[in-house]
Design a protein around this ligand. Structure first.
Ligand code: CMP
Length: 139
């Protein structure tokens, strides 16, 4: 069942470069309401747990290192058709392929440091949200 919610992270590269405000503005202007937000720093181990689905991939070690390099902003966002529309808003995983007007086109530096994460399904949105937030922290 569609929940109209998605999970997002502003990644360490974008947070460190001061793009949190700009990214949140793009998210709000696209019609999303913030249901939960926190700044948190992942350990290498926690980053590995979050991205466990990629553990056999060649880039897993780099992914853990990049995602634990500094603070991130964890977000639960709400809007109709949240998951699919957010994937469009952030653009292609590799910013070289991201369309004009997308968050990654504007703020991502590379495939590894691609500014934001967005859930790829309603099921993963719920799982990823509960990785960072208890039910009482989501309004
Ligand atoms: P994200 O959408 O957060 O999901 C997994 C992340 O792995 C992805 O963004 C990229 O930042 C990162 N990544 C690094 N290398 C690759 C790769 N070769 N293919 C896909 N994702 C990669």
């Amino acid at each position: 069942m569609a929940t109209n919610r998605t999970f997002s992270m502003i990644k360490p590269d974008a947070f460190a470069d001061g793009h949190t405000g700009g990214i949140l503005t793009m998210i709000n202007e696209a019609g999303y309401k913030i249901k939960a937000i926190k700044v948190i720093k992942l350990t290498d181990e926690k980053a590995g747990q979050f991205y466990e689905v990629h553990k056999e991939r060649s880039f897993f070690g780099d992914l853990k290192r990049v995602m634990s390099a500094g603070p991130i902003v964890a977000l639960v966002l709400e809007k109709e058709n949240a998951v699919a529309d957010f994937r469009k808003l952030i653009g292609a995983t590799n910013p070289a392929n991201a369309e004009e007007g997308t968050i990654r086109k504007k703020y991502a530096k590379s495939l590894e440091s691609n500014a934001v994460h967005g859930s790829d399904s309603d099921e993963n949105a719920a799982l990823e949200s509960s990785f960072f937030f208890s039910q009482f922290e989501i309004v």
